[in-house]
Write a protein that binds this ligand. Structure first.
Ligand code: GTP
Ligand code: MG
Length: 301
């Protein structure tokens, strides 16, 4: 029997639906999702199986014009994901079309994708009339030689089976890369930190989600089968600490409860989650913070 296996990079502008698609392909929530841009900060792998093929999806941070060191490291991680992949899938939002951001990505893609098949996935088709899709498909294919175009809704699941089937037959022949039952290769402590960051991002406004990071400091297995998890939320200013805590600690409490519930579901056992908020004015310039996020500090230079 010939098996196939390989890496499929999901790239696109922030908010295009990359993480939503990865989770759908894997059939579990491996990568966090919010309605805000720049949610994903590092490459996150999720594994799916289709017939004899093992599909390793690589979710990447959105591609945008970076300003900060963190932004630059994120964008570098995204392009690196594309450069290392066997197949690249570019996600474009149906209702936003060929934005300036998408055009910039297409300019960069030629070099990165050299020799690799690149497919176009027009996502969020549930948000537009189907007539609009034809013109957009043509416009994007005129700009870049995509080998295939798919119309999908990562959220509702439309068109996803066709994309998966195509990917399975396009990946190179070779042995599987992960054990059959593995769905992600992110350490559990990192997944736990990401879940908390998702809850913070959903509750905090404006720039604050972009100015904090979450790390799992300690993970203790208890005799009764539960886990005690201690996490630190690093913020940049005293005022931010106050906002994260909220009046009487209400915001932090709500975040911690939501994160704990999701973790318990993910792990299938009880969790005791403790959040501590620390002010660290320069965390964006600390190499260790990047390592914890799964990013390369030097990429931010
Ligand atoms: N209507 C609709 N919304 C979608 C679809 N796919 C994703 N979304 C929504 O789009 C938003 C962004 O989704 P994400 O999966 O976080 O997008 P992303 O590309 O990973 O974003 P970054 O990590 O910021 O780069 C979320 O609110 C999703 O629920 C879709 O097919 N239809
Ligand atoms: Mg994402």
């Amino acid at each position: 029997m010939t098996t196939r296996a390989g890496f499929i990079a999901l790239i696109g502008e922030p908010n295009a639906g990359k993480s939503t698609l990865l989770n759908r392909m894997v059939g579990a929530k491996v990568s966090i999702v919010t309605h805000k841009v720049q949610t994903t900060r590092a490459r996150i792998r999720g594994v799916a199986i289709e017939g004899d093929a093992q599909l390793v999806f690589v979710d990447t941070p959105g591609l945008f014009q970076p300003r900060r060191r963190l932004d630059r490291a994120m964008v570098a991680a995204a392009w690196g994901g594309a450069a290392d992949a066997d197949v690249v899938v570019l996600l474009v939002e149906a209702h936003r079309g060929a934005t300036e951001g998408v055009k910039r990505i297409l300019d960069g893609l030629g070099e990165v994708a050299r020799g690799r098949p690149v497919a176009l996935a027009i996502n969020k088709i549930d948000r537009v009339k189907s007539e609009a899709l034809l013109a957009l498909t043509k416009e994007l294919n005129d700009r870049f030689p995509f080998v295939e175009t798919f119309m999908i809704s990562a959220e509702k699941g439309h068109g996803v089976d066709a994309l998966r089937a195509w990917l399975a037959q396009t990946l190179p022949e070779g042995p599987w890369l992960y054990p059959e039952d593995q769905i992600a290769d992110l350490p559990m402590r990192m997944i736990a930190a990401e879940i908390t960051r998702e809850k913070l991002t959903l509750r905090l406004h404006q720039e604050l989600p972009y100015q904090l990071t979450v790390e799992t400091e300690n993970w203790e297995e208890r005799k009764d089968g539960s886990a005690r998890i201690d996490q630190i939320v690093y913020v940049m200013r005293d005022g931010h600490k106050g906002i994260v805590l909220g009046k009487g600690g209400e915001t932090a409490k709500a975040v911690s409860k939501a994160a704990r519930e999701e973790l318990e579901e993910f792990l299938g056992r009880r969790v005791h989650l403790f959040l501590q908020v620390k002010v660290r004015p320069n965390w964006l310039d600390e190499a260790e913070r990047y390592t914890e996020m799964g990013l390369d500090f030097r990429d931010g230079n």
